[in-house]
Design a protein around this ligand. Sequence first.
Ligand code: F6P
Ligand code: MN
Length: 357
Amino acid sequence: MLTERTTLVQFLIEERRRHPGASGELNSLILDVALACKAIANRVASGALGGALGSAGQVNVQGETQQKLDILANDYFVRATEWCGDVAGMVSEELDDPYLLPDGYPRGKYLLVFDPLDGSSNIDVNVSVGSIFSILRAPNPGIDPVRDDFLQRGTEQVCAGYAIYGPSTMIVLSVGTGVHAFTLDPNLGEFFLTRESIKIPAAAKEFAINASNQRFWEPAVQRYVSECLAGKSGPRQRDFNMRWVASLVAETHRILTRGGIFLYPRDSRAPAKAGKLRLLYEANPIAFLIEQAGGAASTGRQRMLDVVPSDIHQRISFIFGPSEEVARIEEYHDQPYEPPTTLPLYKTRGLFREEVS
Ligand code: F6P
Ligand code: MN
């Protein structure tokens, strides 16, 4: 293995050589994140034998029940990175407020933002889960950050990535020079580069959405999905397949591997919330990867990475996939659409009257 493959360490050092001014702090932070991910992978893989399955009996700031593994994963992220002098502060899905480093640890020049265990409702059923992370520059390096310091556009990310804990454990990341995937060799405890410069396949054949929310969707999403469902006989003139793992990381990994489109749109269930997924530690890092892989990521109305965050736990509507497909959905958001009153859809609108009359 060592003679044939590039390790994550080697990859990062070679990337750094392209930036003669780089100090190595970013690399060291990424490697500490990778260590946290290895520790989480171990606990996830132990399942019931690890004694960490089930609910922790408390609710986080999002109003979601925390799993024991959510809390453990959060601790691994914090403990693996707080001491090193590379971060100034952190924001986690599991913590109400930004995490301030304990006294005695030097404050570094980066901010770390993460979802320690994404899709954690899947743990008990032994389906893939993951961790998502994003690294930003601290506006004031060397001192504790304030809440507003984290409210940076996604375009400002220095590094973004996720770990997926599936049949194999992988880290997929970008430091702004493409998207690269590393697979953990559990015997050596080392990540090896297994896919370089990942590109999203241009044609989407699959869409991913939680269809149980259909009655709450906006017209643009109703239209897009009904056109996919209409398949060959609809305006798209081809059949689509549908997938929903309910794990953003697993969904992203599938789309980066074999293509497709993801939608967790804004809906009318909770008008105060713009969507379900969180901007800083879910949508932005995934959007960064998707753009780096040649795709597009949007709220439906604007490029995700251009959104100016207003809160560290802000929720947002999230759509990503091949650029053409995302552009189509954005266009639908600009156009008026009257959902048909009876099914099947295209019979009543007269679009395909010749087929149905
Ligand atoms: O973190 C939120 C999350 O678990 C994502 O991983 C996933 O995409 C989504 O929620 C699933 O939502 P739902 O339970 O509505 O299908
Ligand atoms: Mn999540």
